[in-house]
Design a binder for this molecule. Sequence first.
Ligand code: ZN
Length: 389
Amino acid sequence: MNSLVLSQLWHVLRVVSFPSAFLDRVRSIVRGFFRVKSFPPIAFDTLCLPRLQGGLGILDPGIQQCALQLRWLKPLIRNPLLPHGLVPQWFSTLLRSDVPTVDPLLPLLFPDCRPRNHRTLDSPLHLVLKAMDTLPRNFDRVVLNLSSCLILPLSSMISSMPSHPPYRPAWRDLRVHHLYQIESNLDILTPITPSRPLPRSVTLNRILNRIRDHTMVLHSILFRACIPSFVLAFQQPNLPIRDGSFIDLQPLLSAQLPGQTWSRLTTRSYRSTCSHQLSDARPIHPPLIPRQLRSFWSFALPHRARNVWFRGLHNKLSCRALLYRIMPSTVSSPLCTICQVSIETQEHFLLACPLKSAVWTGIWLEFFGTVPLRCSTLRASQFLVSALN
Ligand SMILES: [Zn+2]
């Protein structure tokens, strides 16, 4: 599927932006291919998981399109002001089209810092910006020096408490330096009290009052910048130490790739990092470790048999208990049609039905005659716990 059917699409997706409806349509076509003669279906997001995480490694068109942007993104991140290559240099210039002195990493990281004319689908920057936004974002443990904190957008450093008015879209152009300044004696940020002649003083006072009455809260990056370094080191010794006076946004970039570096990032590791986007993916239960799944895929088996086994691992075999739950108007009873006694769960369907277990016993005696057969052994075999370990 990835290399024979979708490969032509990847060439186009690298350079052309499409509306999300188009990518949804491609997903729908691929999903339809896998659902032929297959019911109940396994969720498409599950099939997109890597094979060693329980999926089939199908490439999600949206995530793959973002992964293909690494070709431009990595040079841009390595050297934002003067990246190697014609296209990254063009992107670097476009990112600074509103404010030429701005660090290009800032609009890459924060949507509210992006040039206004490059926030739409037809912008040349659309795909690289989407690739940045698709990466997971957890800046909770990031420590920035004070100069770097001041240039951040206020909208990302302040959030409204639930049941209180949200941060207004009209305030998105505000930066931290509009409301905070460096107090050099203590080496911290302190709020500015905006007075009348100052532009936006009414808005800034309103935000400041909401911070003081706790209806708005500071992001941990800004909160830490308001605490002296020695206090922070005492309270949270596991965090990096705040240092330097030059603007340095690298800690934010590193936080987007926990346990990895940008220089070693590949399209495969990018897709793996973005697997949180596959929100409907369901892992195998009980879970299998990668070594067991490697055995499963390398085990010599006809495709049809492996297909049944794969569906069984995902608890998607069409036993009557599952069918009755999905479509009670069509399947009238969850009872096994063979023994007519027990509910036909997947385990009953495969192993536990008395009439079927007689067949299993016969097979077992023929191939493993010296080993006593127990139902738990068969169940363990299904999940490759004892059979392939
Ligand atoms: Zn039965």
